[in-house]
Design a protein around this ligand. Structure first.
Ligand code: HEC
Ligand code: HEC
Length: 408
């Protein structure tokens, strides 16, 4: 009898231990890494967008008029200018799992350099094993976007960076004072902060600034398409040329949404997809103040008829960000929920799969309101996919300046 009680008790106790070992994922994992940085600081400042970078003819003047405050080679009010030491600090932070509450997840967990900073899975896995509701986004020329996230809810990088760190699924570091103390206690961060900002103070505003600089330096400008711009596309195969023409044709409309040399649609006042322009300022504490965002306007989003009834409404009415198609060959699975595994499936969606959602973009409708079918031949579909692959920049994904500096 006594023995049975003992066995029962030990079963309960070991069950509890087992249970808590599985459950308590917030227990800190030991962090032992140190960043291995080049002796001479790496050059980030001179990475620039080439002249052909624009959002298409006629739109360029908007840059000059300041409608895109955070874009193109300079820094601005919203995105900070890139310095070599600032971006270096940003690189270390980006790859550091100490930014998560239990030292298990870094930005790079869900933004992997070899996949153009996407992660190759439908929903990403956060610090406690929970899955994000949306597909991780590739980081493609992020300083060119003034409409970030799948629902364009954020306008600039510094405004975005602290979100995943605090997010209850992603990194779980709700109290940023815990983070600043943790980083200040390491033997390398104080020096890295001093090099970037003149003194050793670790603050959340500096964390957001440095990671923004690192992302701002990430410029994907060396694809087959970019080389083609220089040589009148003589480097393209016949299929790629055919795909280029299909993409840019009046009938198929791809380029009317995935616009210009970044193949994206930023938010600008008066534009077809514009009008979400929220403004804000950040105080010394890193808090967002004067945010006048009211969620109105489309901010470069639209509804492409993925579903009759959308499960995720995105910015509202099933509208989602028109993403850049640069590096699209590396960033499967596709769409906000990662529903398509291949580019051929994406093309088939546009060709024959568009659903009659009440808010469907007019570009997918005939004059009588019925849904337009592209009726592409199988060769045309293959050509379109071949063209999309010309947007892949192989140098970004192997550039050491954007790689993991931590040695195990
Ligand atoms: C657990 C996975 C996960 C982690 C960790 C994570 N992200 Fe993300 N990231 C995502 C997902 C998912 C989205 C899309 C979210 C949405 O649209 O609501 C995203 C979107 C973004 C975007 C928007 C890109 C665009 O073009 O709009 C940026 C920038 C970004 N993340 C940077 C970071 C940084 C910097 C960190 C580290 C501080 C980080 N992420 C950590 C999963 C993650
Ligand atoms: C009316 C605007 C519009 C048109 C026209 C359009 N797209 Fe898109 N595209 C979008 C939006 C919006 C998304 C994101 C939708 C989502 O995730 O819910 C998207 C997503 C994509 C994606 C996946 C991107 C990713 O990161 O997952 C690819 C690839 C793509 N489009 C290619 C094309 C091609 C090829 C054409 C022409 C046949 C085309 N698009 C026409 C608006 C458009």
């Amino acid at each position: 009898m006594k023995k049975n009680v003992f066995i029962l008790c030990s079963m309960i106790i070991s069950g509890l231990i087992f249970f808590s070992a599985c459950q308590d994922l917030s227990v800190e994992q030991q962090f032992t890494g140190t960043p291995n940085l080049p002796l001479e600081v790496a050059d980030y400042e001179s990475i620039q967008f080439p002249a052909h970078f624009s959002f298409g003819i006629g739109v360029d003047s908007l840059f000059d008029n300041g409608f895109f405050p955070n874009i193109i080679n300079s820094g601005s009010q919203l995105n900070p200018p890139v310095t070599d030491h600032g971006a270096t600090l940003g690189r270390v932070l980006f790859y550091d799992t100490q930014l998560s509450i239990n030292n298990s997840v870094s930005c790079a967990t869900c933004h992997d350099q070899s996949k153009a900073f996407a992660d190759g899975i439908t929903g990403s896995v956060g610090f406690a094993g929970k899955i994000t509701p949306r597909n991780s986004m590739a980081l493609v020329n992020p300083s060119m976007n003034n409409n970030l996230f799948w629902d364009s809810r954020v306008q600039s990088l510094p405004q975005l960076i602290l979100e995943p760190i605090q997010n209850h699924i992603e990194m779980g570091m709700e109290d940023l004072n815990v983070l600043t103390k943790k980083l200040a206690a390491t033997d390398y961060y104080p020096d890295l902060f001093a090099k970037a900002y003149g003194d050793k103070q670790v603050t959340k505003i500096r964390i957001a600034d440095a990671v923004s600089q690192f992302l701002g330096a990430m410029k994907s400008v060396d694809s087959k398409f970019d080389k083609g711009v220089q040589n009148n596309f003589t480097n393209f195969t016949a299929m790629e040329r055919l795909g280029f023409n299909i993409f840019h044709s009046e009938k198929n409309q791809c380029a009317s949404c995935h616009n210009g040399s970044n193949f994206s649609a930023p938010d600008f006042p008066g534009g077809e997809y514009g009008g979400g322009g929220d403004s804000f300022t950040i105080d010394n504490e890193g808090n967002i103040i004067d945010f006048n965002g009211n969620g109105e306007g489309r901010a470069g989003t639209t509804n492409i008829g993925l579903d009759l009834v959308a499960k995720d409404e995105g910015r509202g009415n099933g509208n989602f960000r028109i993403p850049s198609l640069r590096n699209i060959g590396l960033t499967a699975p596709y769409m906000h929920d990662g529903r398509f595994t291949t580019l051929a499936e994406v093309v088939e969606h546009y060709n024959s799969g568009v659903q009659a959602h009440p808010n469907l973009d007019d570009k997918f409708k005939n004059q009588d309101g019925t849904i337009k079918r592209l009726n592409l031949t199988s060769v045309e579909k293959q050509a379109l996919v071949a063209f999309l692959h010309t947007l892949t920049d192989e140098s970004l994904i192997t550039d050491e300046r954007f790689s993991n500096p931590f040695t195990k």
